[in-house]
Ligand binder design. Structure first.
Ligand code: FAD
Length: 521
């Protein structure tokens, strides 16, 4: 018997287990895959000595998280190590120009001024305003997402800053990326370079509720930079597992939880595929996709409204990943400085982003997807043999189920067959911006949306977010109204992970949030 049993070893479950273990809880985490971490894993996917982040590469959310604030020193003792990034993200444009955000605001502003002096002025003012506004935004995002605590957070901002401030914030939360960016910047290049952050989630330029992401990413990268994991993002996973074990907890892989059993009306026992049963005295904590909860409970949680909400939970379009082992970095046509950046976006315009999203939503392979070209070895050479590099290419977005090809060139309708031609399409795009890049590729591994889901069933249809973040499925509604506090209708059963508030990303928000609800911190 343990105090808490966890289904899945995603970073939220690991963080929750680690936090509870520090309070003396006996915790046991069961993971179906052969390694822990879910979407935070590093592997030699191409050639020996080349370490590729198979999911998250950017650990900034974790570095700035409440969990890291509280337990960072202990995790560092277990090996957690970040590499700070000063040249954070950039866009290379087809007209041969580029724009990038580095942590020195004057350097970034000078680059903005190359496109518009009015925008450079606005950039510096926005960075200034961000220092003032960030605490209000964080107060909302950090509030428990239940009506009363949220109302209290809003009221507290109103008391300190006035009604006008609350209205401005509400407007920002409702705006589309395009609305926000057109209101603030006149250069199409600058607008595109920021709008692409919406595409890291599922916010094409005209989707209401998406403005916050370009704003926060631009200003947070400007103010704090970015953080990668030294040697790979799995520094996070390994240190969390070591912390759990140091407190007497257990993390077991190759252990599929097939169902959860109740006793006396409470969730009590996780049943494993090999027939074992693990009973918990205090909590059963599932780090699964919302739609998996009724299934784990044998078909229903007993609350029809909740079951309807989670089984009709909408997943975003999929992601495809291309991992490349490289003889050298890409020679970016727009400028050698681009070699220094952690991310180079190939997302030239809001029109292209809108089309890529619409294609993927319609089941079409986009003719020109957004490419997020991660260059981790630009800041962390330890991930590849001396002088060599890895590229982490995220293809946003692609359909989980293929109904056609927007370019009319790829006939395949299943990912096994479509993966190779889609990889070629993406490498052709990369080649346009970095001529000769193909000749530098030493090894490659493509991961389709189907592969992503096969490895981690939470990534339904290859959706890296575990559910759309459009406003009607976020905040109070993630994953279902009345349950954004990680409760479920089943007493003793809790749901955490990217499908719950505060959503996707490696901020460990739901894991830490639930730990605080269950134990005193
Ligand atoms: C390709 C990709 C790139 C990304 N890039 C970034 C990035 O750069 N920065 C960022 O902040 N975020 C990024 N994300 C998002 C981020 O990684 C995820 O939102 C986050 O890691 C999800 O964590 P989680 O706790 O919800 O669990 P997950 O990581 O989804 O893990 C859940 C685990 O539970 C296991 N599981 C599920 N069901 C069962 C069961 N029945 N029994 C046992 N085990 C089970 C799964 O196998 C899995 O290991 C990326 C995601 C992907 C896929």
């Amino acid at each position: 018997m343990v105090d808490a049993v966890f289904v899945g070893a995603g970073h939220n479950a690991l963080a929750c287990a680690a936090a509870l273990a520090t309070k003396g809880w006996r915790v046991a985490v069961y993971e179906r895959a052969d390694t822990p971490g879910g979407a935070v894993k590093t592997r030699e996917a191409t050639l020996p000595g080349f370490r590729h982040d198979m999911g998250a590469m950017n650990l900034s959310l974790f570095a700035g998280s409440e969990f890291n604030c509280r337990f960072g020193a202990e995790l560092a003792g277990h090996g957690l190590d970040f590499v700070p990034v000063r040249d954070c993200f950039a866009t290379a444009f087809p007209d041969g120009r580029w724009f990038g955000v580095s942590t020195d605001p004057n350097i970034t502003a000078a680059r903005v001024a190359g496109f518009s002096t009015a925008d450079a002025d606005r950039w510096l003012r926005m960075a200034e305003e961000f220092r003032r506004d960030a605490p209000d935004i964080l107060q909302i995002l950090g509030a428990a997402m239940m009506p009363l605590p949220l109302a209290r957070a809003v009221w507290s901002i109103r008391s300190k800053r006035g009604t006008r401030r609350v209205a401005d914030l509400a407007r920002l939360f409702l705006q589309s990326p395009r609305g926000f960016l057109e209101e603030n910047f006149e250069s199409g290049h600058i607008r595109a370079a920021l709008a692409v952050w919406g595409m890291h989630l599922d916010f094409p330029p005209d989707q209401g509720g998406g403005a916050l992401f370009p704003y926060l990413e631009a200003m947070a990268n400007q103010s704090f930079g970015m953080a990668l994991g030294r040697g790979g993002a799995d520094t996070l996973t390994k240190s969390l597992v070591a912390m759990i074990e140091a407190h007497g907890g257990v993390v077991e892989c190759g252990a599929d939880v097939t169902s959860i059993a109740k006793e006396g009306g409470r969730a009590r026992t996780a049943r494993l595929a090999d027939g074992r049963e693990v009973t918990a005295s205090k909590a059963v904590i599932a780090g699964v996709a919302p739609s998996a909860v009724p299934r784990l409970m044998g078909g229903s949680t007993g609350d029809a409204r909740y079951d309807r909400a989670v089984t009709s939970f909408v997943y975003a379009p999929g992601t495809m990943m291309i991992h490349l082992a490289m003889d050298g970095p890409p020679d970016w046509a727009a400028g050698a400085e681009l070699k220094r950046f952690a991310y180079v976006h190939l997302a030239p315009s809001m029109r292209q982003m809108a089309a890529a999203h619409a294609d993927a939503r319609a089941g079409l392979l986009p003719s020109e997807p957004v490419l997020v070209v991660g260059q981790p070895t630009a800041v962390d050479p330890s991930r590849a043999p001396a002088g060599k590099h890895v590229l982490w290419v995220q293809v946003r977005m692609v359909p989980g189920v293929i109904r056609g090809d927007a370019a009319g060139e790829i006939d395949a309708r299943d990912w096994e067959a479509a993966k190779a031609p889609m990889t070629e399409r993406c490498l052709d795009i990369l080649e346009r911006y970095a001529p000769g890049v193909r000749t530098r590729i030493l090894g490659r591994a493509s991961v389709s949306p189907v592969d992503l889901e096969a490895e981690n069933p939470n990534l339904i249809g290859g959706d890296q977010l575990c559910g759309s973040h459009h406003p009607w499925q976020n905040f109070l509604f993630r994953p279902a109204f009345g349950h954004a506090d990680w409760s479920t209708p089943v007493p003793g059963l809790h749901l955490i992970g990217a499908g719950t508030w505060p959503g996707a990303g490696v901020g460990a928000g739901s894991g830490m949030g639930l730990a605080k609800r269950l134990a005193r911190f």
